[in-house]
Design a protein around this ligand. Structure first.
Ligand SMILES: [Zn+2]
Length: 244
């Protein structure tokens, strides 16, 4: 069981840490952080990225023995694989190897996460590859050394794909709309969300304009579904998902 959450690098920063937004999402590229420091877990690596990693590297996910944290939406072309194709077509997953973590558990969590991503993004299991596949780098190092053999890792992913045990999403999110020019405009959209969708909603003033803030949704799937509802009903031109 692994919990997943998002700690996304803001777009303005992401533009300086990637090759843009046209990732073809054809591969999952598996890495290890190579950072054995105590505390060098998923949250630490996510923080490193959100603070604008000083090294010219970036990656979508980091996983440790407790959780998986997403730093970039999959459409970003992160800098990890060491080749243009690897970065342009790959979703990059870093497995943490902090010495105070349980490596085998982190690998299992990565398998569960990857099973979810390949389902969400419709990626073939054959296209789960090592960083080594693109650039020849010895990464993921422990796995390549047989600590958990690659073939076993692929089996873990297959098994996770077949179980009814998807990652547990415990985090709560809200949706914030873009602004409406008048209170009446915000109110009429809010009414649909309240009475048709049955949600809690709040209208907030933002300078001379207004926004709608929803109550909380548990998990990214639920909040994405809610966001789609707003879009389908054309209740807001822009929406933002925020951690609650
Ligand atoms: Zn790597």
């Amino acid at each position: 069981m692994v919990t997943i959450r998002r700690k996304l690098v803001p777009i303005s920063l992401a533009l300086t840490m990637t090759n843009g937004k046209n990732n073809l999402k054809k591969y999952i590229v598996v890495h290890e952080t190579d950072n054995t420091n105590i505390g060098a877990d998923a949250d630490a690596h996510a923080r490193l990225q959100i603070n604008g990693n000083s090294r010219q590297v970036s990656w979508h996910w980091q996983v440790d023995d407790q959780e998986a944290v997403q730093s970039f939406e999959h459409f970003w072309e992160c800098w990890s694989a060491g080749t243009y194709i690897g970065n342009h077509q790959g979703i990059q997953v870093e497995i943490c190897v902090n010495s105070d973590g349980d490596y085998v558990k982190a690998v299992q969590n990565a398998a569960t996460l990857i099973a979810k991503i390949i389902k969400d993004e419709n990626i073939a299991i054959e296209n789960i590859v090592q960083h080594h596949y693109f650039s020849g780098k010895n990464c993921p190092r422990n796995m390549r050394a047989g600590k958990v053999p690659w073939s076993q890792f692929i089996e873990m992913i297959k098994k996770a794909s077949n179980t009814q045990n998807p990652p547990v999403e415990t985090l709560k999110y809200r949706i914030l709309t873009g602004t409406y020019n008048t209170f009446q405009a915000a109110e009429s959209a809010a009414k649909v969300m309240k009475f048709t969708f049955g949600w809690l909603v709040y209208i907030e003033q933002d300078g001379p304009k207004y926004r709608i803030k929803t109550g909380t949704f548990t998990g990214m799937i639920a909040v994405k579904n809610a966001e789609n509802k707003i879009k389908k009903a054309k209740l807001a031109q822009v929406t933002y998902i925020k951690d609650a």
